[in-house]
Design a protein around this ligand. Structure first.
Ligand code: SAM
Length: 488
């Protein structure tokens, strides 16, 4: 288990330290600490930020390639896609088709939406392009294995976000912001989004008039419904609907939820999230559970995970399994290691790795995600994992200063990458291996350069296509400490 000094320094949600007042100051000045009984003091909230009209958060941004259609477009493009799927049910066939041509013709909002930058290319070509780009970036460091693609690169997104607005006649519309603007492009279906989620969004749009619910107007600040966010557990089938409203007052909310569930009994939980701020964040701080347990569960690599609305969860679960298995395999674990899962989200990598190691220590900034991680360890009956709510860099500094040793560091930072503070502390703790999972190739290169200065050499890299039809790419890099004797 983690060194007692670190334990003492962590503090609880109620502001009481698990040790004394002085220790509280150590960690407490940042308002974050270990979660005790599922609670923390961290008041940082994670939401999805919209930048240039697009969600900035990695999972939203990377996978927001909407191909939703306007009403008039829908008849053409939607039908084409539906026909394609009907005529060509087997993924293998679809894959075969996509080898010869791109899918841009199936998406009338392809250019306006701007998220599926590679929709014009056949899938095979996309993989080749991603491989080449990543190879160029990683050339100074190490060899890149072949990009691992999907056999069926459609409808992979388990998370769907729609902005709500109205047209000139006052009719509700929902879709995405046009590239670099706050103009909403109406969308009804999308090639990469979960189809059931798109259907539910359509149902909600259709219900608004009869419930006299106005969509929010960014200019006047008038109206109620701003966004709808849907998450679906692909394995469990559980569905979470988050209704983001401008005000906490939601007339007839119980009837609204009942009517929605009558149409979609597969919905397992409904949450009202209140966002009354004029910011680009999708989610506000306050939430009320209107129906169900307030979270969904899903299964990855044989482990069960609970996922709250504000926690990060990879948007492409099929490829996430590939990614995690590869990352764990890359570390060559023997069962004796003490590992760090930094930027751990709901604890997925650490929990998947837990049966291959002696101890897992996870750290994550988002308190809801840490709460989920702790519950996830319990759900999976994992006794050798602990999770901390803190800035990963600060946490590593504290660990290094406390003289802690770890054998392997798994790190999966957001697109902005890690920090020198983090890397300095890793090098002080001298783990033999670092497995870096990255969704931001440019920041990855920056961090690899710094790791190199600190004596960590990249040995091998793998690319996993988590975001077909977009330019985004995910990479895993195995680094070893110079002189650690590992020549992998
Ligand atoms: C790319 S996600 C990876 C999460 C997890 N490893 C997974 O695969 O689901 C990055 C995570 O880093 C968290 N994060 C962002 N900045 C952080 C920081 N400074 N310290 C700790 N965690 C941070 C985010 O909340 C998010 O959960």
């Amino acid at each position: 288990m983690i060194d007692n000094r670190l334990k003492k320094e962590t503090f609880r949600i109620d502001g009481k330290t698990t040790a004394g007042r002085n220790e509280k100051k150590e960690f407490g000045k940042e308002g974050k600490g270990k979660i005790v009984n599922g609670k923390t003091r961290s008041d940082k909230m994670q939401g999805e930020k919209i930048k240039n009209g697009k969600p900035e958060n990695r999972n939203a941004q990377a996978g927001k390639p909407f191909t939703r259609t306007t009403q008039s477009d829908k008849t053409q493009a939607g039908k084409m896609r539906d026909d394609k799927i009907k005529n060509d049910e087997r993924p293998g066939n679809r894959m075969h088709k996509s080898r010869g041509q791109g899918s841009a013709s199936q998406c009338p909002v392809y250019r306006r939406c701007g998220s599926c930058q590679l929709l014009h290319l056949p899938y095979k070509k996309q993989l080749e392009q991603k491989q080449k780009n990543l190879e160029t970036l990683l050339k100074p460091f190490c060899r890149l294995e072949s990009m691992i693609g999907m056999s069926d690169p459609y409808h992979y997104r388990n998370k769907v976000h729609a902005v709500f607005d109205h047209d000139r006649k006052g009719n509700p519309i929902s879709g995405v912001y046009e590239a670099n603007s706050h103009i909403v492009v109406p969308v009804e279906s999308c090639l990469i989004e979960d189809q059931k989620s798109d259907e539910i969004i359509g149902t909600i749009r259709g219900m608004l008039k009869s419930f006299k619910i106005r969509t929010y107007d960014e200019d006047t600040g008038y109206g109620l419904l701003r966004h709808v966010l849907i998450r679906r557990g692909f394995v469990t089938g559980e569905i979470m609907v988050v209704l983001v409203t401008a005000s906490p007052i939601f007339p007839s909310k119980n009837n609204f939820v009942k009517a929605l569930r009558d149409r979609h009994p597969e919905i397992t939980t409904v949450i009202q999230n209140v966002n009354n701020r004029g910011t680009s964040m999708v989610l506000g701080d306050k939430e009320h559970v209107l129906y169900g347990k307030g979270y969904i569960e899903d299964v990855l690599c044989g482990c069960r995970f609970r996922i709250s609305s504000k926690s990060f969860y990879q948007v492409n679960p099929v490829q996430t399994e590939v990614l995690y298995k590869k990352a764990v395999e890359a570390a060559g674990l023997t069962g004796k290691e003490r590992i760090i899962d930094a930027y751990c989200g709901i604890g997925t990598i650490g929990i998947v790795a837990s049966s291959h190691v002696k101890e897992v220590i996870g750290v994550e900034l988002n308190k809801d995600a840490v709460h989920d991680a702790i519950e996830n360890a319990k759900i999976n009956n994992i006794k050798n994992a602990s999770f901390y709510c803190n800035d990963a860099g600060r946490f590593m500094v504290n660990m290094a200063e406390s003289g802690e040793h770890v054998d392997v560091v798994f790190m999966d930072p957001p697109r902005s990458g890690s920090t020198e503070e983090f890397i300095d502390s890793v090098s002080k703790m001298r783990p033999d291996k670092v497995v870096y999972v990255s969704c931001g190739p440019e920041t990855l290169v920056r961090d690899l350069e710094y790791f190199k200065k600190k004596g960590y050499e990249a040995k091998k890299a793998w690319g996993v296509d988590m975001f077909p039809w977009t330019t985004h790419v995910e990479a895993i890099i195995l680094m070893t400490r110079s002189g650690s004797g590992d020549k992998k």
